[in-house]
Design a protein around this ligand. Structure first.
Ligand code: S3P
Length: 432
């Protein structure tokens, strides 16, 4: 178990080279694997989650190879039954998207599982709509993995999701590509739209009409070259470390600026953050920009329920910002946090309590009483065990980097799920 202690450096300066966005990386592998022809993917995330997707595809007969910074995927319209159990590791995206991609592949028989964190996450939300399309999927009695799947012919359906989920929406759209008729999926609030952008670019008949995404069955064409912009969810940790540190100025040279992913930036700007975003054009249908952040004094805000799907992965690090801000911050309707890699609502409250920050939940709302500056957090060094949750690990690390008390992570392994190189990066920002 590699431990590491994060303490406040005198300053943070430099550039943050991001890995390719994790959400888009999963889609680049999976969609290219279903497309006709080879695809060269540039900038694929090298994190553990995306490696799980690549490994599962290899077991399903798809050739995925990596040389230097380019990953080559040889698309195959029909995959083969996997050799052994498909281990999705820590990755909910791998499991839910694969279920959608496999459900309509007649003759495929697969079993999917994951680590202890993934095995406690809800899968009924993806199984139920896919079964309405005719899929045959079995979950554990608790509605979790391990999952059994028998691929078979599907029919189109008109579906309304009870919770906004890009993973579930994408699973349905992938299943819709193989159904016998059109499929419609409506979500209560817009979730990230990387799948819709990519599927359209790959020639799918997909459109937004009357409050729902509608997709018609048909093949996908390879993009040929798929370039992946930097991960905005990772950028949030570097940006918040900079904003909360007393002497910091950091540039993120190239990040994906898809508006469905930048909710965190809108919130910190509302809190008074000194951030400047410069438009750099587009990469494979996704807007890209450069972000400059400087040390800032923040104040509390209200984060509305409608904003939550666009920043759900960033709530723990935003809660840390709220803990440093002047005044109260309320995050409305963040109950979905309970179903992430850990119960992030409980874990965020646990971390804030260790910092001596007063915070509580009211139903699905999270309320944080800001201290005015990290300087007023508890001075006592402490150890935090984030278990298998990479985002809780990085949130605790940032608390150590910006506050008066050093924070030791009991196990840094989880960080590699999304950002191998996170520790080394902050070592360079400290000496730059
Ligand atoms: C993801 C969607 C989100 C997000 C997750 C990645 C994706 O989950 O929290 O980290 O790549 O589609 P939901 O599907 O629950 O919205």
């Amino acid at each position: 178990m590699p431990r590491f202690t994060f303490a406040q450096p005198t300053r943070l300066r430099g550039q943050v080279p991001l890995l390719g966005d994790k959400s888009i990386s999963h889609r680049a592998l999976l969609f290219s694997a279903l497309a006709q022809g080879p695809t060269r993917v540039h900038g694929l995330s090298i994190g553990g989650d995306v490696a799980s997707t690549a490994q599962c595809l290899a077991q399903l007969g798809v050739a995925v190879s990596r040389a230097d910074k380019v990953t080559l995927v040889q698309g195959l319209r029909d995959w083969s039954s996997p050799t052994g159990v498909l281990d999705c590791g820590n990755s909910g995206t791998t499991m839910r998207l694969l279920l959608g991609a496999l459900a309509g592949q007649a003759g495929i028989r697969a079993q999917l599982t994951g680590d202890a964190s993934l095995r406690r996450r809800p899968m009924r939300r993806v199984e139920a709509p896919l079964c309405q399309m005719g899929a045959r999927i079995e979950l554990s009695p608790e509605g979790t993995a391990p999952v059994q799947l028998w691929g078979q012919p599907l029919h189109g359906a008109d579906l309304t999701l009870p919770v906004a989920s890009a993973q579930v929406k994408t699973a349905i759209l992938l299943a819709g590509l193989r159904a016998s008729g059109p499929t419609r999926v409506a979500e209560p609030l817009p979730s990230r739209d990387h799948s819709e952008r990519a599927l359209r670019a790959m020639g799918a008949d997909i459109r937004y009409h009357d409050g729902a995404w509608q997709i018609a069955p048909g093949p996908l064409q390879s993009l040929g070259l798929w370039e992946i912009p930097g991960d905005p969810s990772s950028a949030a940790f570097a940006a918040l470390a900079t904003l909360l540190h007393p002497n910091a100025e950091v540039v993120v040279p190239q990040l994906c600026c898809n508006p469905t992913r930048l909710g965190w930036l809108c919130v910190v700007e509302r809190m008074g953050a000194r951030c400047q975003l410069r438009d750099l054009g587009e990469m494979a249908g996704e807007p890209v920009g450069q972000l400059l952040c400087q040390s800032s004094d923040l104040h509390g805000v209200t984060v509305a329920a409608t904003e939550v799907p666009g920043l759900i992965d960033e709530v723990p690090i935003l809660a840390l910002a709220a803990a440093a801000a002047q005044g109260t911050t309320r995050f409305c309707s963040v109950g979905e946090l309970r179903h992430k890699e850990s119960d992030r609502l409980a874990e965020t409250l646990r971390l804030l309590a260790m910092l001596g920050v007063s915070a509580h939940s009211e139903g699905d709302d999270l309320i944080v009483q800001g201290c005015g500056s990290p300087h007023f957090w508890r001075q006592l060094p402490f150890e935090f065990d984030a278990g298998l949750d990479h985002r809780m690990a990085m949130t605790a690390a940032v608390a150590g980097l910006v506050g008066p008390a050093a924070v030791t992570l009991a196990d840094t392994q989880a960080i590699a799920t999304s950002w191998p190189g996170f520790i080394e990066l902050f070592q360079t920002l400290t000496v730059a």
